[in-house]
Ligand binder design. Structure first.
Ligand SMILES: Cc1cc2nc3c(=O)[nH]c(=O)nc-3n(C[C@H](O)[C@H](O)[C@H](O)COP(=O)(O)OP(=O)(O)OC[C@H]3O[C@@H](n4cnc5c(N)ncnc54)[C@H](O)[C@@H]3O)c2cc1C
Length: 555
């Protein structure tokens, strides 16, 4: 079996279920712990495990990546079975180099009718996250989800096949299928979503697909207090409030730049929203958009008008990513690089520039950055107002694919809160942000979106539609994001949030244990733990990260 070294960790690359079974049996026999990596997009989880190499109880980590297990097969016209190492879309930074657009799940589904010329065979999934670099195994394991209360990825999951290591059985594939009865106590709801790799290795999953669709939508950039779409802070009662907006809009996500200074309101709300349509609808929307802009459609657009998250220069988002990278690195690593630049000998020059920049940052520099990167819509901008867009489902819904993971790495903590509390959450956050000075290191954005409820026991949207508060941290910043996030973990604690499993998770909340806080949010926490212990009595799948975050005692 091949191996590959990623960030100093040697990963096994199984090619089929039997290889996985062999690896799990070897781990069990050698008293090792299995660590799985999908596309490695969960921070700090994957990085921590790759650094550790062995657990604090002395067991060596055995790293596995299913990069060679990306096969896709239609079981009938609507049902697809996919190996868990398959990426949803292409992962541009796949360390094995195996991931391509063509071998990704979404591309496969969207092109099912291509060979026969019968487009009615093309299929899709109901929803996708903001990027599609993830693997099927990773996306399922962390309960990742797109921004919709109307449709959900979870609804499409029919079954998962897992290599478990149960007592007396050794490693074997076990299938968990959605119960026809809908019985919410069925183990499928413990294992299918949000199992964090702790029940075993998901080797494949089966999804119920829907006909291919397109999306048409808009992105509106406004000062937050002048938002024309949502009654954000009670000042526009004629508009839907946040909860209603999240409930009524098919797909949406908001990017909030909440900063204000004493001179002017700098805060922006960027509202991306879209609805499903068909090909004709998407083309008509694109035509309308180009007419408004008064430019001819580029031939490459194929009758559509893809969303541009950043200005495209020479037909590419990369130059804008580079510019943003340089800027945010300069901000995030301030003033270390300045000090290095001047060296010890020119300390006075360093001090002068440092004071100059810091004293003008909130009033002059940051406002200029906002005007360049988060430019408020005007009737005479390039789009002649909000940006209108239309696209295929799998290229349009993941609106952040065009941001580079390497140039603009962003880390997050994401808190899922009952949607009924949306307005109170927004008010609380606004009061918090309004009281913060604009400082050079912490002037970044906060994403707001929603998710639909489901029955998966440890899904953060278990039995409630949620508003999701996703606090951003630029990956090249100095300092520890957990320190920054602690204020949000404490501030929002009264709202009984459940944190996203693939992002930063609190160790403490208002001074008490994070495990206690989180476990109390899940009615079926103990059932999940008991089932996990039964299915993995030897703790072959319990690494230090999850032992700590979930409070799993040693066996
Ligand atoms: C830029 C960016 C954008 C994002 N956008 C969104 C978004 O819109 N919505 C959202 O909900 N989340 C989002 N996320 C979070 C992301 O979806 C999760 O971190 C997801 O788990 C990543 O999938 P992965 O394949 O990289 O899994 P990894 O990060 O590699 O692994 C995550 C977990 O899954 C387990 N795992 C992986 N494969 C298997 C397997 N085959 N069997 C069992 N366990 C397995 C691992 O053990 C680990 O515990 C985003 C993250 C980034 C960095």
């Amino acid at each position: 079996m091949d191996t590959i070294i990623v960030n100093g960790a040697t990963y096994w690359l199984p090619e089929n279920n039997n290889d996985v079974i062999t690896l799990v049996n070897e781990a069990a026999n050698n008293n090792e712990i299995i660590c799985l990596r999908g596309s490695g997009h969960s921070f700090p989880l994957i990085g921590d495990l790759e650094t550790e190499k062995k657990s604090s109880i002395g067991k060596t980590y055995r790293y596995i990546m299913l990069a060679k297990m990306y096969g896709v097969q239609m079981l009938d016209e609507n049902t697809v079975k996919v190996q868990a190492g398959c990426h949803l879309g292409v992962d541009p930074f796949d360390p094995t180099g195996i991931s391509t657009v063509e071998n990704s799940l979404c591309y496969y589904l969207d092109n099912l009718g291509k060979a026969s010329g019968n487009t009615s065979l093309n299929r899709s999934l109901p929803d996708l996250g903001g990027i599609t670099h993830q693997t099927v195994g990773g996306f399922l394991s962390t309960a990742s989800s797109g921004g919709s209360t109307k449709f959900s990825f979870e609804d499409a999951v029919v079954s998962v096949d897992i290599v478990t290591c149960q007592a007396g059985q050794g490693a074997a594939v076990t299938t968990f299928t959605k119960p026809a009865s809908g019985d919410p106590d069925d183990p499928f709801y413990a294992v299918g979503i949000a199992s964090m790799g702790l029940f075993g290795v998901i080797v494949s999953a089966t999804f119920s697909c829907i006909p291919q669709f397109y999306i048409a939508g808009s992105e509106t950039i406004e000062y937050a207090d002048k938002c024309s779409l949502i009654n954000l802070f009670g000042t526009s009662p004629e508009l839907p409030n946040m909860q209603t907006f999240l409930e009524q809009t098919e797909y949406t996500r908001l990017m909030w730049w909440p900063q204000q200074n004493h001179i002017q309101d700098l805060s922006r709300m960027v509202v991306w929203k879209a609805s499903r349509t068909n090909k004709d609808g998407a083309e008509a929307w694109a035509k309308h958009a180009y007419e408004l802009m008064d430019v001819p459609p580029p031939p490459s657009a194929d009758g559509l008008k893809p969303y541009e998250e950043v200005p495209y220069i020479l037909g590419s988002p990369i130059p804008a990513n580079i510019a943003a990278n340089l800027l945010y690195r300069a901000i995030g690593q301030w003033p270390t690089w300045l000090k290095d630049l001047f060296g010890e000998k020119n300390h006075l020059e360093y001090e002068i520039i440092k004071v100059l920049v810091e004293s003008n940052y909130a009033t002059k520099i940051f406002p200029t950055i906002m005007d360049i990167f988060v430019t408020v819509d005007t009737p005479i901008n390039k789009n002649k107002g909000p940006q209108l867009f239309s696209d295929r489902w799998y290229t349009g819904l993941p609106m952040d694919n065009q941001m580079s993971d390497q140039l603009m790495p962003v880390w997050f903590t994401e808190l899922w809160i009952d949607i009924n509390q949306s307005e109170q959450v927004m008010d609380k956050l606004k009061a918090y942000y309004d009281a913060q000075p604009i400082t050079i290191d912490l002037s970044f954005s906060c994403e707001i979106y929603a998710a639909r409820q489901n029955d998966f026991w440890l899904s953060p949207s278990y039995h409630q539609d949620v508003i999701r508060i996703d606090v951003f941290w630029f990956g090249y910043n100095q300092g520890d994001p957990a320190t920054f996030y602690q204020s949000f973990w404490d501030l929002l604690a009264p709202f009984n949030y459940r944190p996203h499993w693939g992002k930063y998770i609190p160790d403490t909340v208002n001074g008490t244990s994070g495990v206690t806080y989180i476990s109390e949010r899940y009615p079926k926490w103990n059932d999940w733990m008991n089932l996990r212990n039964t299915m993995d009595p030897q703790q072959v799948f319990v690494n230090d990260y999850w032992r700590g975050k979930l409070g799993i005692p040693t066996a």
